[in-house]
Design a protein around this ligand. Sequence first.
Ligand code: IDP
Ligand code: MG
Length: 139
Amino acid sequence: MSGKITFTMIKPDGVEANNIGPILAKINEGGFRIVAMKYMRLTPEQAGAFYEVHKERPFYGELVAYMSSGPIVAAVLTKENAVADYRTLIGATDPTKAAPGTIRQLFAKSIAANAVHGSDSDENANIEADFFFSKLERY
Ligand code: IDP
Ligand code: MG
């Protein structure tokens, strides 16, 4: 599967706004298949571990508090060129800069509450998928 998966989360704002269905529809329309999925709430410790790479950034505390503030949907997606194509589908981190029709342009509330996560490399896609899912949970 290496190179053909990406990892995503529908973030607490996406869940709160009742946008799980519309976001999954965009993922589906984008040509991705779902390999694994779960609906859960991260503890602050789990959110902190997931975003460890951003530990030194000024928004880390805010990000960890936000990502543990409510339930999320975590999923592994597959498609050719999954990582880059998913980044294109979700749009820029800041929704005011996200291209029209992208998931963040359509559904994000702010740069922090930006509806979805998407892996930034094949290596991180595998690390992030392994953080949430065992082999037995992937189809
Ligand atoms: P990405 O999600 O587009 O890959 P990253 O730079 O990896 O963006 O940042 C991770 C997450 O941290 C973002 O999705 C967003 O939720 C949050 N974030 C990024 N920049 C800021 C900021 O300037 N203020 C608050 N939160 C931010
Ligand atoms: Mg990132």
